[in-house]
Design a binder for this molecule. Structure first.
Ligand SMILES: O=C(O)C1=C[C@@H](OP(=O)(O)O)[C@@H](O)[C@H](O)C1
Ligand SMILES: C=C(OP(=O)(O)O)C(=O)O
Length: 442
């Protein structure tokens, strides 16, 4: 966890002078957009992606697929229906270079795609991307017949020597450090000669909703998937080889990016409406309805969207967040403002996310006067009166939004490099101030 000296810009996090009462239109899901791009690129016919997220992670994904030869035309739908991307698959080819930035979805989902390309595909990214786990994908692809040169690092940077096809078959992996290892192999699996059977051998498997999302989206493009939750063997996923259909898909709002706005209603005892909240979804952010209700709010799914209301009281929580790890920074921020202690468990793998999120949250909340301790797999948070100060973000979008939540209740919080929210929510600062003036995306 190092601080980047270039990121000295400080954003005074707005302090809330009253209860929020607003509607916030949250842009599309990062996880759904990037899966949709990969599946459309591997399809046998063109497809459409409506209301995609336009952010650093999704533009990196689109750029990488274009570098491999895929056509992605960006346009606008009729009468304010938002952006529409048309994806035109083609024979994948190198040589090409892929910049993964610090996007887990790009660094994990694309090496399997690259094995299907004809030619060398080089992968590189931000310094932090070299530290994030990738060995599960590299070792699995080698076992399935791929040639990969990673100079023995088991991590980025690396070159996939694409042979135009991959045998595929059965492979064992330990995905306890990232569910994205499993998703990565399943997404390209239908295009492997023998499909793929992924057998997870590790003790824990984080972020199950994201694996469900992968399975659901594969099925939606006509792929046959056998998996544990519909009667398959535990920890085994099997994808049958076959053609992927081109689809016309509308991307759901990013429910993890709705989190800071829901948190704002909780912290200010206010109200927020999130339009287009899906009635059924695999996004982990849907768990916020329950989690933030337990922490003091209440919510209702209406025709207008999700209506979430704070009661003016915030309660601590004892919870295993292993399934929904990406919600941890936002929950930790709310927990630091609660009327009782919290224990957040099951998220040791967050130490290898955009930054070491457990260390970063502990240090930054404590520097504002808080009392947070790291445990083996999470955080203990004992609320205390906080004071203003600089909240460092370590190039982590969710650290920046967590700091903004604290700033609502604590005067004088300054967020370092709020622009890092561009990873998944480039308009965050304007949406946040708009929310406080009742104009967020309305
Ligand atoms: O597949 C996905 O879209 C994601 C899976 C999760 O990764 P991990 O399982 O590595 O935590 C999550 O944290 C990440 O934000 C998005
Ligand atoms: C962990 C996250 O992202 P990534 O897709 O880079 O893993 C996140 O968005 O919280």
């Amino acid at each position: 966890m190092t601080e980047n000296p270039a990121h000295t810009t400080l954003w005074p996090a707005p302090h809330a002078s009253g209860a929020t009462d607003t509607t916030v239109h949250v842009p599309g899901s990062k996880s759904v957009t990037n899966r949709a791009l990969v599946l459309a690129a591997l399809a046998a016919e063109p497809g459409w992606i409506r209301r995609p997220l336009r952010s650093r992670d999704t533009l990196l994904m689109a750029g990488a697929l274009r570098a491999l030869g895929v056509g992605i035309e960006e346009g606008v739908g009729p009468d304010g229906s938002g952006e529409v991307w048309r994806v035109i698959p083609s024979g994948l080819a190198g040589p090409a270079t892929v910049d993964v930035g610090n996007a887990g979805t790009v660094m994990r989902f694309l090496p399997p795609v690259a094995t299907l390309a004809d030619g060398d595909i080089r992968f590189d990214g931000d310094p932090r991307s070299y530290e994030r786990p990738l060995h599960g994908v590299i070792d699995a692809l080698r076992a399935l017949g791929a040639r990969i040169d990673d100079q023995g690092r088991g991590a980025l940077p690396l070159t996939v020597h694409g042979g135009g096809a991959l045998d595929g078959g059965t492979v064992e992996i330990d995905a306890s450090s990232s569910s994205q290892f499993v998703s990565a192999l399943l997404l390209s699996g239908p295009r492997f000669n023998q499909g793929v059977e992924v057998r997870h051998t590790g003790e824990r498997l984080p972020s199950m909703p994201h694996i469900r999302m992968t399975v659901d989206m594969l099925r939606a493009v006509g792929v046959q998937v056998d998996e544990p939750e519909t009667g398959g063997e535990p920890n085994v996923w099997r994808v049958t080889p076959g053609a992927l259909l081109g689809r016309d898909l509308v991307i759901e709002p990013d429910l993890s990016n709705a989190q800071p706005f829901l948190a704002a209603a909780l912290v200010t005892g206010g109200r927020v409406v999130i339009p287009d909240w899906p009635a059924h979804t695999t996004q982990p952010g849907d768990a916020l309805r329950e989690i933030f209700t337990e922490m003091g709010g209440s919510c209702e799914l209406t025709e207008q969207g999700l209506v979430f209301t704070g009661s003016g009281q915030i309660h601590g929580i004892d919870i295993d967040l292993g399934e929904v790890g990406e919600l941890t920074p936002g929950i930790a921020a709310v927990a630091a403002l609660a009327d009782s202690p919290s224990t957040l468990r099951g998220v040791a793998h967050l130490r290898l996310h955009e930054t070491d999120r457990l260390a970063a949250l502990t240090k930054e909340i404590n520097e504002l006067g808080g009392d947070v301790t790291e445990t083996a797999d999470g955080l203990h948070i004992r609320p205390r009166r906080l004071h203003g100060g600089i909240f460092h973000t370590y190039d982590d979008h969710r650290m920046a939004t967590a700091g903004a939540v604290l700033g609502l209740a604590v005067d004088g919080v300054q967020i370092e490099n709020v622009a890092t929210t561009a990873k998944t929510l480039p308009d965050f600062p304007a949406m946040w101030t708009g929310m406080l003036t009742g104009a967020a995306g309305a």
